[in-house]
Design a protein around this ligand. Structure first.
Ligand code: MN
Length: 475
């Protein structure tokens, strides 16, 4: 590990500043060792490398290098400000603040931490990305901690950090955090799981490896060029969860090993799908067009499960490089694109509204929730409950928590529509106002200007927006 991996592709001014931050940090932590016995600097360097991989800006990388100096060394806020400016200082301070709260935390109180993290996030998403990178590296070196600490950190990672990464659409981070934490959080279950799947897993990997050249040749000889194809192995923890949902029947899990084909544009995605289906028969119910109909979190890709070579079922995922980047890195990819957009290096930047909306919502909550307990309840709901998406008759989509009712939907469309909502049609049929909306429903709200919110509504609405409107009306 070497700082030159970061500085090599930066402008000379940026490279110099990052190098300076590295030297500054190395000096500050001099003499300190990690539990592994290694020099402490290994840790901030690893965090900075992770941030660099995500294409984060220099201020974030510098803050990643400096993130433990305020707490663990004599370095002061003024030192950092004088050397690296206001932006890096703000980030280091915010990360340190979260850490000091977290250190006092037990698992039971750690939802409080979550709340602080979200407050920090609403100010600057980079704070959370640094925290996630810090957590990732700590998990990678968890073997040196005591068993008690291991278990605690493992559980917290799965219960708090992974859902945050998930909500930020950082799928790759989520998977890595869960997989690293799994053996520490649930050692017995992990051991059982590994014994149960290992052989099958290896077999599937061998199979994927052996058929890959055949499929590449087939695609090339049918006019698909300019693509990359590889296979990805399902993350252990998400496989473990899926097995639980499927009564431990591994034979019905077709995406254990899946091929990913990345092509330059959307038209090529569909063309590739057609070419694949010409040779390999698909399972009809498993053709999923998340390009035309993205998942609630904005995920886009085409999925299809086909009878591949030797008649074995294999999942293919077809997407563009941009979709891939968003799927793996979520808000971080988004953030990086936004940054590049600012400097006009990339005119093709397209904001992912779904990510921005969610952050704007969190930011907004702070303005009217003076009850931290309630705030937290809603945050938990929003984070941990499954999301559904429901369409307006015009095809606009609203992202709602599971269990949401037409009233929630009405308020999500507009406050006035919610206040005057008297009935609802779902997929052209009248439903009760307490009907639980399903993913993919098309909902039409019927309004009447004499209708008013009632106390009853509070019993079944799910979203904080709806509750807020109803309460303020009842007052
Ligand atoms: Mn750290």
């Amino acid at each position: 590990m070497d700082i030159s991996a970061i500085t090599s592709d930066k402008t000379s001014a940026e490279a110099e500043l990052i190098q300076r931050a590295f030297d500054f940090t190395a000096k500050a932590h001099a003499g300190q060792k990690r539990e592994s016995g290694e020099e402490y600097i290994i840790h901030p360097l690893a965090v900075a490398l992770i941030l660099n991989e995500l294409n984060m800006d220099s201020a974030t990388i510098i803050a990643g290098l400096l993130h433990d100096t305020l707490e663990d060394t004599p370095v002061t806020e003024q030192d950092i400000r004088a050397n690296f400016g206001e932006e890096a200082t703000f980030l280091v301070k915010a990360v340190t603040k979260i850490k000091s709260i977290e250190n006092k935390d037990t698992l039971e109180t750690s939802y409080q931490t979550l709340m602080k993290m979200f407050f920090a996030m609403a100010d600057d998403i980079r704070v959370i990305i640094i925290k996630l990178a810090d957590r990732l590296h700590n998990l990678q070196t968890l073997q040196y901690k005591s068993p008690k600490k291991q278990k605690e950190i493992g559980l917290k990672s799965i219960q708090i950090y992974a859902p945050i990464a998930e909500r930020l659409n950082m799928g790759d981070f989520k998977g890595q955090i869960e997989d690293l934490a799994f053996p520490y959080a649930y050692p017995e279950k992990y051991a059982e799981f590994i014994t149960a799947i290992q052989e099958y897993f290896e077999e599937r990997k061998e199979y994927a490896k052996s058929i890959k050249p055949t499929i590449i040749d087939y695609l090339k000889s049918n006019g698909i060029d300019n693509f990359t194809m590889d296979y990805r192995v399902k993350h252990y923890y998400s496989l473990y969860r899926k097995l639980q949902r499927k009564n431990n029947n591994i034979d019905v899990i077709y995406d254990l090993v899946a091929f990913r084909i990345i092509v330059p544009d959307i038209a090529m995605c569909y063309k590739t799908l057609g070419i694949l289906h010409q040779k390999y028969l698909p399972l009809p119910k498993l053709i999923k067009d998340y390009i035309a109909l993205p998942k609630p979190n904005g995920y886009q890709s085409i999925h299809t499960t086909v009878f591949c070579e030797d008649g074995k079922l294999v999942e293919f995922q077809i997407r563009t490089p941009e979709m891939h980047d968003h799927a793996e890195n979520g808000i971080a990819a988004h953030w990086a694109y936004a940054e590049i957009g600012k400097t006009n290096k990339n005119k093709h930047f397209k904001a992912r509204q779904v990510d921005l909306d969610w952050i704007a919502k969190i930011r907004d909550w702070r303005n009217y929730i003076d009850n931290p307990k309630e705030f937290l309840n809603h945050l938990k709901l929003d984070l941990f409950k499954n999301r559904i998406f429901v369409f307006t008759p015009k095809g606009d989509v609203k992202d709602l928590p599971e269990g949401a009712t037409p009233i929630d939907f009405a308020y999500a469309v507009h406050g006035d529509i919610g206040d005057h909502c008297t009935g609802a049609k779902v997929n052209e049929k009248m439903v009760a106002l307490k009907y639980k909306l399903q993913n993919g429903d098309v909902c039409t709200i019927i309004t009447n200007k004499h209708q008013k919110p009632t106390h009853d509504w509070l019993k079944y609405v799910q979203t904080i927006e709806a509750k807020r409107h109803i309460r303020s009306f009842l007052k």
